[in-house]
Design a protein around this ligand. Sequence first.
Ligand code: NAD
Length: 300
Amino acid sequence: MRTYEKVGLIGLGVMGYGMALNLLKAGYTLVACDVNQERIKMLPQQEKVIAAENPAQVLEYTNTVITMLPNSPHVLEVLEGENGLLTGEIPEDLFLIDMSSISPDVTREIGRKLEEKGIKFLDGPVSGGQSGAMNGTLTIMVGGKEEDLQDAMPLFEAVGKNIIHCGQCGAGQVVKVVNQLMSAINLISLSEAFTLGTKAGVSPEIMMNVIKGGSGRCWAVEDRMPHILEGDFEPGFTIDLHTKDVKLAVDMAKNMNLPLYATNLTAELFKTAQVKGYGRKDNCAIIKLYEELGGVEVRK
Ligand code: NAD
C-alpha cells in the first residue's frame, strides 16, 4: 500500500480549499499551488503548507498530486503548459489524480499519454458542493485502475464519504457529466413549474413543501429552492461552471451522433443566463429568466 506524507494540491478554489483543509486535518503536509497565491495564504496550519510557485515546483516535494481546476484547458495547462507537471524531470512512481470536472475524452487522452510515460492516473470528479468539500463528505466518482484506486483511498477518504469506482479511465467524468446534466435539467424544470404556480397565485413556499414529498422532488427543489425563496443567488456552484458541464454533455452527444433534445435546450438557457450577466451567480439564478418572462418573483 502506497503511503503519503506530502501531497500536492493544484487549484484551491471553492472546492480545492475545503479539500485542502481536510487533507491538513488528516495529517498530510500540503504542497499547494494556485495561480492566485492568496488562496494558499488563507490556509490554516501554515507550518504544514508548502507554497509552490508553479506545478513543476510541486514535484520538487512530492510524487503525488491532486488537481482541482475549472475545466479541461486548465488541466492541460497544468500538465503541459509553461512549468507544467510534465515539462521537467518526472519523479519516480508519479501519481496524478484529477478531481476537476472535465471532458471524458480529454481525460482518456491524458490517461493514454500518462500511461505511456509510466505515470499512474485517476479521474475522480466530485459531487457535494462547497459544504461537501468543507465537511469532507464529497461523493467521488473514480475512473481508472482498481489498484490505483486502492492506493488513492487514504486521500479520497480524507476528503470524501462515498467513493465509487465507475470503470476505466474517463468513467468518473462520464458519470459526473450525467449527474450535472440531470441537475441542470431539474433546475429548468423547477424554474418553469414554480414560475407557473406562482403566477397562478399559490405561495411558492407551500408548493415547495408539498413537492418535497411528491413525485416532483429532486435536489433542485430540496437544496436550491430555499435559496430562491430567500432571494439568495450567491454561489455555491456558478452558472458559469454549470454551463461548462452542460456543454460537456452536448459535446459528448455530438461526438456520438446522439440527439439530446432537453440537453441542447438547457445549454441554450444556461448560455442565455450568462449573456444576461448571471454567470458568476449561483446556478439557481436560472429561475430569473422565467421570473422576467412571467413578471413574478418566486419568493417567500
Ligand atoms: P474555482 O474556480 O472556485 O477554483 C479553481 C481554482 O483553480 C482557482 O482558485 C484558480 O485560481 C485555480 N486555477 C485556475 N487555473 C490554474 C492554473 N493554471 N494553475 C493553478 N491554479 C489554477 O472552481 P471550483 O468551484 O473549486 O471547481 C473546481 C472543479 O470542481 C470544477 O471543475 C467544478 O466544475 C467542480 N465542482 C465544483 C463544485 C462547486 O460546488 N463549486 C461542485 C462539484 C464539482
